[in-house]
Design a binder for this molecule. Sequence first.
Ligand code: ATP
Ligand code: MG
Length: 384
Amino acid sequence: MKNVIMIKYGEIYLKGNNRNFFENLLLKNIKYAIYDINAKVKKIRTRYVVSDYEAQDEDKIVERLLTVFGIHSISRAVELETSKQEIFDFCKTIKLSGATFKVETNRADKSFEMNSMQLNCELGGIILDNNSNAKVDVHKPQQTIFVDIRENGKTYIYYENIKGAGGMPVGSSADGVVMLSGGIDSPVACYKMAKRGMYLTGIHFASYPYTSNEAKEKVVKLAKLTKPYTHMHRLLVVSFTKIQEAIHKNCKDEYMITLMRRFMVRISERLAKTVGAKAIVTGEDLGQVASQTVESITSSNSVAETMPIFRPLIAMDKEEIIDIAKKIGTYETSILPYEDCCTVFLPKYPLIKPNLKKVEEEESKLDIEGLIDFAISTLEEIRI
Ligand code: ATP
Ligand code: MG
């Protein structure tokens, strides 16, 4: 008998022919999450089992597994050799914590000599012998003892099902780039897309000397904080100063934000191609600020030539976004007050509903290609 952690997966069940690909990717991601902890991970049919770790590491392993997308539930379990004797002996040692309980057997190994119903009754009786105050309640028990007889000759017994992160394993979709500011929203956007399997590279636009080094460090820190979920390991920092100065000098004030957004999208698309990414992700949220109206989004979408822009927060309330930011641990860092490039040269009355034709006219006053090339020449790559 040994203590193990049993992992069940979720949506991968739905995958037909390429289920193997998803299962192996999830195995890799589980190993990655606990790479620095001494433990073994094995895949058995439709489950994973973590074993051979030090008892004091168990909680840490569970905590890490909670960040792995694709996991449906996590249970601390005991692993027994599948035999009537072993299962019965173990059940004799069970001390219940609830007043009511039931036994729920799952017999994947159909060769086992008793069926699930028989085992539920028999084991329920054995447990009652040792817990004379307890009662069986098959409808709403306070405690359920799960007995999982697998095809690998092992039986797993456990009492808990901790809800996992859900979603799909990171790396199961095409890669993307995420426009990462220092705010609350974009780290949450990273989390959301990673949950659908997208591996992301971060892009940050800095405006030295108007924005400080601390502002950049804040973004690096945010990227690091999302890493357990996203696996992000690269942040590309581009200087946006020259672009902002050019817009400020040549274009009408109210077009500042609208034009900046278009440059950000163009540069992101170029960088995406260099890292093999096929989508751009932003933390925009409909109606949150002037630049996040349908008309503004139309203006920024129209410059993306070859890839979609995903805005996973588009229909979320700020409160819901903040809840996730708190859950993943980015909120406290996001609210630290440093200037973002968007606050530099901020117009008094930004355009709320830009007209695409007029935007293009205004933009034609600029050397678009030259400015983009220069910005990309300032690229700094930071390892996360
Ligand atoms: P956030 O909380 O993510 O900063 P926000 O509500 O402050 O978002 P904006 O500042 O208008 O909204 O930014 C909208 C989106 O544009 C951001 O979520 C981010 O994806 C992108 N963005 C804005 N500023 C930058 C920047 N300096 N570098 C990279 N991306 C940026
Ligand atoms: Mg912002």
